[in-house]
Ligand binder design. Structure first.
Ligand code: EPU
Length: 339
């Protein structure tokens, strides 16, 4: 029997650690409970918010609808020659899945070590780090369609992945709830070590032919040194996306700021490092009331304790304004703003 609770604090369900209340709250432990929940017209008609690890959202207000916390567990693996198919419940912690794979020698997600959040959230924003994105290993996912109560399988092509983008963030936003994710990994590693700091850190450790575990350890080490741990300092990782701009517009900016950090994307576009832009505007490590930007990575906004969602949101608006004034580039928030 589903337990619907009233007036529940979401403080422990968002990694920013901001205070906000949910009018109604339900935990889903099995995918069939979703069908049961939405059979009731009261819940079908209500505004809903699906929560995984709560690591990519900012609660600006109380939520006057139903919060659905997905806690569907289970990891299954099947080996076929050198291929490994892994299917995990949406409520599994992403990094637990990474560790499950790394310890068994299943290669493909070691660069995605220590990314906070749940497995179910991973396709929504096509999580990525250190030169690897979820789409590189994604096989399919199963999602519940709220309107029909049916489960549907989405292939990789069907998810329309992009940089921190998928169909679940755009066309199908709020229409489906992901219940499981299937990845295609390999027993033969194809390491992606190009991301400068990884090679450097392996060299520092004297590792010349790395194992999957070595890479996972090094990635974890780099993340810990750069990014704040949400269990002690509230945050949701990168608050903004790295902006991708037209190559011609880029040339104009570069003529004024020759040292601008940039990565060409094809022949006509350039990706800029939002952290660099923000730092150049003087925000890095700045404390503003209870909030601020992280001292080692200006792209991460933090809760120094007691911040409200509105305070963090207001700071993000100020940052957007100042980056726009200095560089003419409009930053987009990567974190979901709720309320
Ligand atoms: N930089 C600065 N100042 C800063 C931060 C960065 O000058 O305060 C410069 C760095 O020196 C570097 C460049 O910007 O030249 C890129 O920085 P970094 O390697 O830290 O990566 P990022 O582009 O800022 C992205 C992802 C991260 C991911 C890292 C590593 C986005 C929005 N963010 O950050 O993802 O961990 O690459 O792959 O794409 C997340 O999405 O929550 C996240 C943490």
């Amino acid at each position: 029997m589903l337990q619907i609770q009233r007036n529940v604090s979401l403080k422990n369900f968002n990694t920013f650690g901001v205070e906000a209340n949910a009018a109604y709250f339900v935990e889903i432990n099995h995918k069939d409970e979703l069908a049961e929940l939405f059979l009731d017209p009261q819940w079908k008609a209500m505004k809903t918010l699906v929560l995984g690890g709560g690591s990519n959202l900012l609660l600006v207000n109380d939520f006057d609808g139903l919060v659905i916390r997905i806690n569907i567990r289970g990891i299954e693996h099947r080996i076929n020659h050198n291929e490994v198919f892994i299917e995990a419940g949406a409520g599994e912690v992403w990094n637990d899945l990474v560790n499950f794979c790394v310890t068994r020698g299943y290669a493909g997600i070691e660069n995605l070590s220590l990314i906070p959040g749940s497995v179910g959230a991973s396709p929504v924003q096509n999580i990525g780090a250190y030169g690897v994105e979820l789409q590189d290993v994604f096989f399919s996912c199963c999602a519940f369609e709220v309107a029909t109560g049916q489960f549907k399988t989405f292939t990789k092509a069907g998810c329309k992945f992009g940089y921190r983008e998928s169909i679940f963030k755009s066309e199908l936003k709020d229409l489906y709830i992901i219940v499981s994710v299937k990845l295609q990994l390999s027993l033969i590693p194809h390491f992606n070590l190009n991301y400068g700091a990884i090679e450097q850190e392996l060299a520092n450790r004297g590792v010349t032919s790395p194992t999957i575990k070595d890479v996972s350890r090094v990635v974890s080490h780099i993340r810990v040194s750069k990014l704040p741990d949400p269990s002690t300092i509230g945050n949701a990782g990168s608050f903004f996306k790295n902006p991708v701009i037209d190559a011609k517009a880029f040339e104009i900016i570069q003529s004024k700021f020759p040292e601008i950090v940039n990565y060409p994307v094809g022949n006509h576009e350039v990706k800029l490092a939002a952290g660099w832009l923000i730092e150049q505007c003087g925000w890095k490590g700045k404390v503003v009331g209870h909030t601020g930007t992280w001292k080692n990575q200006a792209l991460v906004l933090v809760n120094h304790g007691g911040a409200t969602g509105l305070e963090v949101y207001t700071l993000s608006s100020q940052i957007i304004d100042s980056v726009y004034t200095k560089f003419g580039v409009m930053l987009q928030r990567e974190v979901n703003i709720i309320g």
